[in-house]
Design a protein around this ligand. Structure first.
Ligand SMILES: [Cu+2]
Length: 265
């Protein structure tokens, strides 16, 4: 029985590692300027964790194999000093590895989150609510109108709570359900939620950011490839969560200018 268990553990270890090495299920293409450094970090984490995983599983099946002899004549082997030194050694080893990965990973994280946005960025104001994403552009005046939570009304297409009757800056604000951006242009998102926590996730951008109600969350990135990509909410935010998604359209600058013109008419 012990030998069978050892064999099963070995097979599971090799097959699951093979799935990763052959990249059967893998990340989609990268379309952001910072994406490659995120992938490099994921790879380093995979390799570090993978080496520990494979060696510990194979060691486990070796020990099980060796100890499967239950006959009376078997020699009982013990580790010198008992199990305690082994456990301490393992905890320290794994602890050091996690610590090292944190230090290495924090650099990549900081390069995305701790750097200021490009002063030339285009600002898009993103609002989430059960169960939709809305995107707001400042319009020709370059100014966003003030938000009035009491004026929010999905029924009359005022999801942001704008007040065009009194607020001149809000009159030309463009509110749409699809995020269109020019390629190679730094984008600054200012994100907020009107009800519960949602999340902005675009796998191709290598960005996943929670949007917490009561907070204004800035996030900047530059898309480097054109195309249509899915934006999904990855926080379980209610009954309609499964259906909460939008699209990101990355287009050439001239096409974007054209699009913006038709929107502001
Ligand atoms: Cu959501």
């Amino acid at each position: 029985m012990g030998k069978l268990f050892a064999a099963v553990v070995t097979v599971i270890t090799l097959v699951s590692t093979g799935i990763f090495i052959m990249r059967v299920w893998w990340l989609p293409q990268i379309i952001s300027a910072h994406g490659a450094s995120i992938d490099r970090q994921i790879m380093e984490t995979m390799i570090a964790a993978g080496v520990l995983f494979v060696s510990s599983q194979l060691l486990l099946s070796l020990f099980v194999w060796q100890s499967s002899d239950t006959s009376r004549q078997r020699k009982i082997k013990t580790f010198p000093g008992g199990a305690t030194p082994m456990v301490i050694f393992a905890v320290v080893l794994v602890g050091l590895e996690v610590l090292a990965m944190t230090f290495v990973g924090s650099k990549v994280w900081a390069s995305v989150y701790m750097t200021p946005p490009d002063p030339d960025s285009m600002v898009i104001d993103l609002q989430t609510g059960q169960f939709a994403f809305y995107f707001r552009y400042a319009g020709p005046d370059g100014k966003f109108g003030t938000l009035h939570p009491d004026k929010i009304n999905e029924g009359n297409q005022n999801p942001y709570g704008l007040d065009p009757a009194n607020d001149i800056a809000s009159r030309d604000d463009i509110v749409v359900g699809t995020m269109t951006i020019p390629v190679n242009k730094p984008i600054l998102l200012t994100m907020h939620s009107k009800d519960v926590t949602h999340s902005f996730y675009v796998p191709e951008l290598r960005i996943q950011q929670d949007i917490v109600p009561g907070m204004l969350i800035p996030l900047h990135f530059t898309a480097t490839k054109t195309g249509r990509f899915e934006i999904v909410c990855t926080q379980l935010c209610g009954l309609g969560h499964y259906n909460m998604r939008a699209f990101l359209e990355v287009v050439p600058q001239d096409q974007f200018d054209q699009w913006l013109k038709t929107q502001s008419q």
